[in-house]
Write a protein that binds this ligand. Structure first.
Ligand code: PLP
Length: 351
């Protein structure tokens, strides 16, 4: 099976498994796990922040960040297709008691001129906006990357108003490799950033939350409240350290494979896609002209050994990663071409 459903499906490499087996461990709730401590120091360094915290999932990292920057009854502004809004079980409302102020965007990328008119100031009728959350790269926007000037402007305007900025950087290394901007520069003015070790970087489990010492000290308590106080977590952190060391350099290959998929898909009957929109490892394309629903399209491909998910009833999303080679992409394209050709033939017969 060629699995293009997500970059979460990667399995740990041999080097990761070996490092996990040999990891030096201790009780991390006492902060005595040397491997977790090293991972947190390394993540802080890469992000150019004072401190970082190892969390089991990206959802927990985002949840903690939102709790850090808000109080009950306030608003969090994000774009309308954000992971924190659509894919985290309304955790922002459940744990932090906040409301989302969603802003529509073309490709998931917010600009200050879109944010400013949507900000709410505290008043007799309004709950105040206290946090802006930026998703970089943007998952449902198709792996889109924030231009640095846009991030810098949002941060300076937001901070001038006494508000905070969080970055949901689940795939921030994809953003960094695609733009050539180091992670520390991307988040220079960001208050907290979450990134995933378990996505494109290929580690089996874990995400990091980075920020100031004060923020991360408090974050440690929220992690405990959420049941995320892990003990000999160095077993997991060991794989994370390898992921940080080895994986970023490999991401350019994933991006090349994604561009290759997009340009070949553009030539297939029944598929519509703008290959120029593909910036990183996510490719979204519309299959409605094939006459198949996305569920039918997925089922046809599964018969042919390719796993792909739909994101709605018209559009599929494929994600390239560590465990997908150029040959796998070629085989996946052959399978898709076959499905498209069958649909064209069926349509001709009906006509
Ligand atoms: C995957 C992802 C997360 C976190 O996901 P977990 O499955 O909880 O680790 C957060 N934000 C974005 C944009 C993601 O793609």
């Amino acid at each position: 099976m060629i699995d293009l459903r997500s970059d979460t499906v990667t399995r740990p490499s041999e080097r990761m498994r070996k490092a996990m087996a040999e990891a030096e461990v201790g009780d991390d709730v006492y902060r005595e796990d040397p491997t977790v401590n090293r991972l947190e120091e390394r993540a802080a360094e890469i992000c150019g922040k004072e401190a970082a915290l190892f969390v089991p999932t990206g959802t927990m990292g985002n949840t903690i960040a939102i709790k850090l920057h808000t109080r009950h009854g306030e608003e969090v502004l994000c774009d309308s297709r954000s992971h924190i809004l659509d894919w985290e079980l309304s955790m922002l409302a459940w744990f932090s008691g906040c409301l989302v102020r969603a802003v529509q965007t073309q490709d998931g990328i917010l600009t200050w001129s879109q944010i400013e008119p949507a900000l709410r100031r505290f008043g007799p009728h309004n709950a105040p906006t206290t946090l802006i959350s930026l998703e970089n790269t943007h998952n449902m926007g198709g792996g889109t990357v924030y231009p640095q000037t846009v991030i810098d402007e949002i941060c300076s305007e937001t901070h001038a108003r006494g508000l905070k900025v969080h970055m949901d950087g689940a795939r921030i290394f994809n953003a960094s490799i695609a733009s050539g901007v180091p992670v520390a520069r991307i988040v220079r003015d960001i208050d907290t950033v979450m990134f995933c070790l378990s996505k494109a970087l290929g580690a089996p489990v874990g995400s990091m939350l980075a920020g100031s010492i004060a923020a991360i000290e408090q974050a440690r308590l929220y992690r405990k409240r959420l049941g995320g106080g892990m003990r000999q977590a160095g077993i997991l952190a060991a794989a994370g350290l390898i992921a940080l060391q080895e994986s970023p350099a490999r991401l350019a290959l994933d991006h090349e494979n994604a561009r290759f998929l997009a340009s070949e898909l553009a030539g297939m009957p029944g598929i519509s896609i703008d290959p120029a929109a593909v910036q990183t490892n996510i490719v979204i394309f519309n299959v409605s002209e094939t006459g198949l629903s996305t569920a039918e399209f997925s089922a046809e491909l599964k018969h042919r050994g390719v796993l792909v998910n739909g994101i709605d009833d018209r559009r599929m999303r494929v994600v390239t990663h560590f465990d997908v080679s150029r040959e796998d992409c070629e085989r996946a394209l052959q399978a898709i071409a076959e499905v498209c050709a069958n649909c064209t033939a069926a349509a001709a017969q009906r006509a």
